[in-house]
Design a protein. Sequence first.
Length: 137
Amino acid sequence: MTAARFRLTAPVVKEHPLQEQLCRILRLEIAPAGKVSRHGVVWYSIDHANYAGEIPGVRIGRGIIAGILDTFILYRGRAHFLEIKTEDADAALSEHQRSVGTALLVGGGLVGVARDAAELLGCLDTWGIPRARRVQL
């Protein structure tokens, strides 16, 4: 009798396609990631999957914490943070994300959650971030 073979399978990341879609919209509406738009807006995504890494103390010691939001936008010296969530019922903000979001608000930043293109554009418009208005919903 042979033992069952162990197989690694990649996890299903439901937010990945949504994040790609919303980043395409940010490129159209603002500028490429890491580039400054003609209105002085810069944005980028924060890749922090598996923040604990191979040796948790190493990354945590560098200030990498659980709950960091997905996208950073800077406009007129003010930080704006977006958390991208799918519309799944289990896609609520985690305790760590709520804690980090609260800290960002207390520190003067703005925080939003986008579950689709309309919510992303709504955040940009509510925050007064100039955009090209290329995306029509």
